[in-house]
Write a protein that binds this ligand. Structure first.
Ligand code: IPM
Ligand code: MN
Length: 358
């Protein structure tokens, strides 16, 4: 019997629905081609829904998501909603609720894409950031004292548990082994200043490393990583880091690989329900204009199929992305592609049809 997956879709705000439509188009095509079945259940949560109903993430939506095999997310963020409400109430809530403790963000420069890093090409820029996704400064620990007075104190604590750090580091070692390229894992931290949190990270890193003789280990402070990502991106294979540093360096990574329009991420619970999303936000100024690049969302769909174990289908998507970037798209930026959002989706769909391989 054909395999069957239930996919929850949250198109969300701004350009989210436009890019998700292209991702779903591609997912359907690859499923037909590779002989598995996908069912899609849509949820209209996001900024608009919050504005009209006052609800952020209703329990019935959470319950429905919990019944699915994976979540496909477009974008969350609305210009009329105060920053933090939707981000915390939807994106972070889902990451925590489903214990998606890994945020996997590949940084790969494809042929035909321009990187702002002078003198570097696709051979130099191909690494993956494994970001811890449930702890650190994102855990929400802290509070105000004497709020609104001259004596106000605001505390935001970074929570790092041995269990949380260890499962993330172990995932990164496993991933590095499976990826089988330079077999080098770099811990990105700040051991010279964050002497509690990154002491735990460093000790755990060395402990776990004993189980992985075949992986070279390396350490760099986060500020130095920012420098090397620009100067010598070819030094990196897999980078593992905490939630906040991972957030920051992956926006830099997205630029290094050519832009937000092509950067995809996976929020993974290896034993549970994972969520896949383009890294770029809701891009309100491009909404509904068919100008936004759907490739980040399409690559997120590829990460979904990889995580679901549909490797052939995933590699067909990547082959389509490679070809469209190399042969068709002029510039990956919104409005500069030389094609509309859905034309890019159609091109990739046609390449999948023709059966291209990476
Ligand atoms: C990201 C985003 C989110 C984060 C925001 C929207 C909460 O920037 O996925 O990187 O900080 O993790
Ligand atoms: Mn971010």
């Amino acid at each position: 019997m054909a395999k069957h997956f239930n996919i929850s879709v949250i198109p969300g705000d701004g350009t989210g629905p436009e890019v998700v439509a292209e991702g779903v188009k591609i997912l359907k095509r690859t499923a037909d081609k590779c002989g598995f079945k996908l069912d899609f259940t849509y949820h209209d949560i996001g900024g608009e829904y919050y504005k009209t109903t006052g609800e952020i993430l209703p329990d019935r939506v959470l319950e429905s998501l919990a019944e699915s095999d994976a979540i496909y997310l477009g974008a969350i963020g609305h210009p009329d909603v105060k920053p933090g409400i939707l981000e915390k109430g939807i994106i972070l809530k889902l990451r925590f609720h489903f214990d998606q403790y890994i945020n996997l963000r590949p940084v790969k420069l494809y042929e035909g894409v321009i990187t702002p890093i002078k003198g570097k090409g696709p051979d130099d820029i191909d690494f993956v950031v494994v970001r811890e996704n449930t702890e650190g400064l994102y855990a929400g620990a802290g509070g105000f004292l004497k709020q609104g007075t001259q004596d106000e104190v605001a505390i935001q604590e970074s929570i790092n548990t041995r269990k949380g750090v260890e499962r993330c580091i172990r995932y990164a070692f496993e991933y590095c082994r499976k990826r089988n390229r330079a077999r080098k894992l770099t811990l990105c931290g700040k051991t010279n200043v964050l002497t509690y949190a990154f002491d735990l990270w460093e000790r755990t890193f060395h402990d776990v490393a004993k189980e992985y003789d075949d992986i070279e280990t390396d350490y760099a402070h986060v500020d130095a990583i920012c420098m090397w990502m620009v100067k010598n991106p070819e030094w990196f294979d897999v980078i593992v880091t905490d939630n906040m540093f991972g957030d920051i360096i992956t926006d830099l990574g997205a630029m290094v690989q050519g832009g937000m329009g092509i950067a995809a991420g996976a929020n993974i619970n290896p034993g549970g329900i994972s969520m896949f999303e383009p890294i770029g936000g809701s891009a309100p100024k491009y909404t509904g204009k068919q100008m936004i690049n759907p490739i980040a969302a399409i690559s997120a769909a590829q990460l979904m199929l990889e995580t679901l174990g549909e490797y052939e289908a995933a590699s067909m998507i990547e082959a389509g992305v490679v070809k469209v970037l190399r042969d068709d798209i002029k510039d990956v930026g919104a409005g500069k592609m030389g094609y509309t959002t859905s034309e890019v989706g159609d091109l990739i769909k046609a390449y999948i049809e023709e059966g291209h391989h990476v």
